[in-house]
Design a protein around this ligand. Sequence first.
Ligand code: KIV
Ligand code: NA
Length: 264
Amino acid sequence: GRRITVRDIAAAKERGEKWPMVTAYDAMTARVFDEAGIPVLLVGDSAAMVVYGHDSTLPVSVDDLMPLTAAVVRGSSRALVVADLPFGSYQASTQQALETAVRFMKEAGAHAVKLEGGRRVLPQVEALVAAGIPVMAHLGLTPQSVNAFGGYRVQGRGQSGDELMADAKDLAAAGAFSVVLECVPADLAERVTASLPIPTIGIGAGPATDAQVLVWQDLMGLTARPAKFVKKYFNLAEEMDHAVRAFADEVTSGAFPTAEHSYR
Ligand code: KIV
Ligand code: NA
C-alpha cells in the first residue's frame, strides 16, 4: 500500500478519529511501529537524549539527525515520517529554515518537518508551506526553549493560555498541517482542539487532543525517570536487564553456546 499523507491526517480530524504517533530513530523500531499500523513516526530531536545521551535537546545537530531520519524512512513503508528541525537550524531566517527542511526532505527522505514555537516562527512556517513542505508545529513546553522557561514545567496556565490559543490559530492559518501541544492543561488543549481546523497532537495535554504522541523509550519503559504524562506499556529496561544477565551468566558458565548454535 501507499504511505499515509497529510490529506489522510486532515480527513481523520473530519471523521473525529483519534490516532497515535510515536518517535523512532532507527530502521528496526520504525519497522515494528509501521507494521503495527502507527500512521505517523516522528524522528524527534529527543534523539539528543535517548540516542546521544545529552541532557537536553539543544546540542543535537542536523547532521546528527539526518542519518536517523533516513533510517526511519528506510525501515517504514506506510507511515508518514516527520523530521524534527533541531535547535538553531531554523530560527535565524526563513532561508535557513528552508535550507534545513529541504535537506531533511531531499537527503533523508522525510515527508514533513516539525519546528517549535508560535507567532515568532510564522514566517518560517509560511515559507516552508509555500515550498510544498508539510509543517507540524509545536506549542506549550517546547524543549528547545528550556533555558527561557527556567526548566521543564507546564505551560499555558492562566493568561498564557490565551497566547497559546492565538499562536495555534495563527499557525493553522499559516498552513501548518498539525500542532503538538506539550505539557499544557487538559482544558486548554480541549479548547484549542475544538477551535482548530487542523489536528492537535497531545503529550501531557490530556485526553481531548486529536492524537497522542510518546517517545518510544518512555512508553516501552526504557527511560529511567519518565515524566508524569508517560504511561509505561512495557518494562523494557527490566526485560533487557534480565536477558543480558542471562547471556552473561551462560557465557561465564560455558552454557552458551552449545552445538545448537555452532557450525560443524
Ligand atoms: O522530540 C520529540 O520527541 C518531540 C515529541 C515529544 C513531540 O518533539
Ligand atoms: Na522535539
